[in-house]
Ligand binder design. Structure first.
Ligand code: DNO
Length: 371
């Protein structure tokens, strides 16, 4: 496993040279964030972004994300065209980011020897959803939080909320139309559309030597009456059974799935170890039914046992990318909620410590299996 760090491109308030100074950080996770879902990614822009990362001595091996247009999730007219443009972007990514290079000796923290990963999600209309972007914590920091009662009072059509994860600013009438369309089709249809999408794109991803990484729904339950389908073990089991392609991988986000006490992250890692393409490693503190705060990364700050999660990944032989996920805002930093430098850097350092320890433990137990 190697640690990476999300970078939102040259517009990001966090510069590459700061990312490079985080111990062991040798790679970034990025995308062309200004392009709307359905637009084809130009090869030259990807090459430029890669060159910018490499000029700062950072590799770029993980795309997060190529957004999936709503027509595909709805199974609406325009779906074939939109799958076609998604595949065009996928081919541009393969051309710009290139095939894996030969296996290096020892740990490869730049991910040169693992396949290029392309993340995507299948959440209708909205990506990750929170009720609070700057919830004060007792130590004076702020964090992202989700409170079921507060979300129930939110009206997405009132236009009073634009989360950093929501890529598209819909006009009210367009948004109302989309919400209506999803309410009309329900959960099974969205799941069937996901299977349809994967059957269409996996053969090409395989041919290109890429791994797709499906990000689970965040949070893993319906929001604003919209169906959400990637919520736990059963959905994942059904999905991998329906589309067994080796390119059909998972971006296991501990904080997204871990927001529901029904999901056992260590169990998911063990069960889906051959599907893990990318890990989002963050803690979450459950504060009530369907309510949580995004705590600092260490285990004792939240509800997840991060040491057990990392140990399970190392034990299962996971050798792909992982990244710290949302951080709190600390030390008076301002910026994109969840994506400041400081707390994510603390998270990365904590996680690399857990990896070091888990790898040592594994080597020792391999030397003396009985002990
Ligand atoms: C939140 C992220 C998500 C993720 C997408 C993947 O910070 O984890 O926005 O990038 O859902 O497609």
């Amino acid at each position: 496993m190697y640690m990476s760090f999300r970078w939102f491109g040259p517009q990001d308030a966090v510069p590459l040279r700061h990312i490079r100074q985080i111990p062991l950080l040798r790679s970034v996770v990025s995308a062309l964030y200004d392009l709307a879902p359905g637009q084809v990614w130009p090869l030259e822009r990807l090459q430029t972004l890669r060159a910018q990362a490499e000029a700062a001595s950072l590799a770029w091996r993980v795309v997060e994300s190529i957004p999936v247009p709503e027509s595909v999730k709805l199974g609406a007219p325009g779906r074939e065209r939109d799958i076609g443009t998604w595949l065009d972007s996928l081919r541009a990514v393969a051309a710009a980011l290139g095939p894996a290079s030969p296996q290096q000796d020892g740990a490869d923290w730049a991910g040169r020897s693992s396949p290029v990963v392309v993340t995507y999600n299948f959440m209708p209309v909205f990506d990750w959803t929170r009720s609070h972007l700057a919830q004060p914590l007792p130590d004076g920091s702020t964090c992202l939080a989700y409170d079921a009662a507060a979300v129930a009072r939110l009206d997405p059509l009132a236009g009073d909320r634009q989360l950093p994860g929501w890529l598209t600013n819909y006009a009210p009438a367009e948004l109302a139309g989309l919400l209506e369309a999803y309410r009309g089709i329900g959960q099974e249809a969205v799941f069937a559309n996901l299977v349809y999408f994967l059957k269409a794109v996996c053969p090409e991803a395989e041919r290109l030597g890429l791994r797709l990484a499906l990000h689970p729904d965040d949070p893993p339950w319906p929001v604003f009456g919209l169906p959400r389908v990637v919520t736990g073990a059963k959905a994942l089991r059904d999905l991998f059974k329906a589309v067994p392609s080796s390119a059909n991988g998972l971006c296991l986000c501990s904080g997204s799935l871990g927001a529901s006490p029904d999901n056992d992250i260590v169990g998911l890692i063990r069960e889906f170890s051959d599907r893990l393409a990318f890990m989002h490693l963050r803690n979450v503190k459950l504060t009530g039914p369907r309510s949580f705060e995004e705590s600092a990364h260490p285990s004792s700050c939240g509800s997840l046992d991060m040491a057990a999660i990392v140990a399970a990944l190392v034990d299962s032989g996971f050798d792909g990318p992982a990244r710290p996920d949302h951080g709190r805002m600390i030390w008076d930093e301002t910026g994109k909620p969840g994506y400041g430098l400081y707390d994510r850097a603390l998270g990365a350092s904590y996680l690399t410590g857990l990896i070091e320890q888990a790898e040592r433990q594994r080597r020792l137990s391999q030397l003396s299996p009985a002990g």
